[in-house]
Design a binder for this molecule. Structure first.
Ligand code: ADP
Length: 170
């Protein structure tokens, strides 16, 4: 039986920690669907469409197998998992803060939908300090994040910065 795993997140923006989890998941499961959440309770830098397009671009060389897809979604993640026939949800764990949050989320999701299982992959050491918030903040303060994100994301961040500087000077 084909095992489809959903990897949900806001990916604002997609960084090397996300990429590592996505590629390791592809080694483990028949199909991996990266699901970009539309309206997280966060101050977004990139729009929903931009985030979907960026994840697609970052993973374009891995799409040809037909085992990897990038999609947008809104609403309950478990409902979306059911809709696409995914019985597994992948989450990355960086530290004990993630653990505490993910434990509560996983138990809530189990209460809502006992048929959907959460699977956790520990962040690899080089990515364990990395978060999308950190990437956004360093960029906004003029720092260089090119070693932390795929090159297409670094280019998109640079373009956003130029756009916001132009708006400020108007
Ligand atoms: P974040 O702002 O923390 O990057 P996301 O909602 O985009 O938030 O994260 C999506 C998933 O990726 C979550 O399961 C999260 O724990 C995981 N993740 C985030 N950063 C990393 C990282 N550096 N290494 C591994 N997994 C990560």
């Amino acid at each position: 039986m084909k095992v489809t795993a959903l990897y949900p997140g806001s990916f604002d923006p997609f960084h090397n920690g996300h990429l590592n989890i996505a590629l390791r998941s592809l080694e483990l499961f028949d199909e991996v669907v990266i699901a970009v959440y539309g309206l997280p309770k966060k101050n977004l830098l990139f729009s929903h469409e931009e985030r979907i397009r960026l994840v697609e671009t970052c993973l374009s060389e891995h799409m040809h197998s037909g085992r990897l897809r990038v999609v947008g979604y809104s609403g309950l993640t478990i409902e979306f998992a059911r809709k696409i026939g995914a019985r597994l949800m992948i989450r990355g764990l960086r530290n004990s803060m993630d653990f505490d949050y993910e434990l509560q989320m996983s138990q809530t999701n189990h209460w809502l939908a006992a048929d959907i299982e959460s699977v956790f992959l520990f962040a690899n050491a080089p990515h364990s300090f990395l978060s999308a918030t950190l990437v956004r903040e360093i960029t906004q303060l003029g720092g260089d994040v090119s070693a932390l994100v795929p090159s297409c994301v670094a280019a998109a961040l640079a373009a956003k910065k130029i756009e916001s500087q132009r708006r400020e000077s108007e």
